[in-house]
Design a protein around this ligand. Sequence first.
Ligand code: ZN
Length: 293
Amino acid sequence: MIYIILFLFGASLGSFINVLSLRYKEDKFILSREIIGGRSHCRNCKKILKWYELIPILSFIFQSGKCRHCKTKLIWQYFWVELICGLIPILTFIYFQNNLITFFPKTISNFFYFWSFILIWDLILLTLVLISLIDLKLKIIPNETIIFLIILGIALNLLIVYNWNEFYSFLGQYNSFFGDFTNFKENRLIAFIFALLFFGGIILVTLGQGMGMGDLKLMIALSIIFGWPETLIISILSFILGGIVSLILILKYKTNLKGILPFGPFIVISSFLTLFLGKQILEFYFYIMNFFN
Ligand SMILES: [Zn+2]
């Protein structure tokens, strides 16, 4: 039952994320009436949708992915985004239920604390999905989404400091390979400075080709949320993923990608990987390193 509620919560927000990402325009505030106002309608025939045509995922399946009135094919984005957003709260619930006890042994039993923690992380991850969609479509990351992430990051940090027992890391024992920053304030500060200097430096050196201010702002928001060394791991993974995808596209289309590929989605995928699989990825990395030594 809890899984169904979590899924519906995520999928409904996914439906909202679809609307925002499809209607967003750079010169409008993201929650302005022009973007979120007006009843949901078919993008082709403009017919206003009935309530049962707005049920996430199910309406898409029962209408076989077509508009009931004009039979225009609906874009698959509706389906996939709702599905992924529905799965995110289930994933965070299972993950933190299994891991929060190792992060905060004394507070796992606190109902309010547990659900606040889960809710903040769900909102962070769903905002990251929205950022990817808008960056893929328009190659910009709206400032509103960055500010929202920073507010969520501050709320998360207050919650952590308030319930502080001992230092924790999504990377498990591997965090100690990246310096001793177990003091909470120092930890967030070093992550922030790294994001600012590293991504700011890249933008200066490359004169903004390939990576933009949006990516820098996104990394700064993530440094507040994730701290150190997670911010470093997210950066490294995003460059590896971006490099692999660029290489595939260059080989396939034999074209120069300058300005074609937005970097935001790689940062977002890397954040998900670091949160849920960071420890396993480092385990694998050190296993390979030992193998070659
Ligand atoms: Zn239609």
